[in-house]
Write a new protein. Structure first.
Length: 97
């Protein structure tokens, strides 16, 4: 553990907060990406560049990614971003001869 990580852990322990997991940090990143995609879609729509559909679809995909990451953190199993099923449901189909 680096000195910086150790100090951060001490500060968090002092104030009763716990550090965010890597999965939660990633989920928050994808939520921020979704917000940016929505803003870009609205900007393009306001200016008549597009109807904004692509940006809204990208935003929805980013939100589902965040949701899948949070489900993984809760269950310990990877989840598909598209259907949110555990990835084990997809593994069986790939392993068929």
């Amino acid at each position: 553990m680096s000195e910086l990580d150790r100090k951060r852990s001490e500060l968090l322990a002092t104030f009763g907060a716990r550090p965010l997991s890597e999965l939660e940090q990633s989920a928050r990143h994808w939520e921020a990406v979704a917000e940016g995609d929505e803003r870009m879609a609205a900007w393009e729509q306001e200016r008549g560049i597009s109807d904004g559909a692509v940006g809204r679809i990208k935003a929805e995909t980013a939100r589902r990614c965040a949701q899948a990451l949070r489900m993984q953190e809760a269950t310990g199993v990877w989840h598909c971003t598209c259907c949110l099923k555990p990835m084990t449901a997809h593994d069986a189909a790939r392993r068929k001869p």
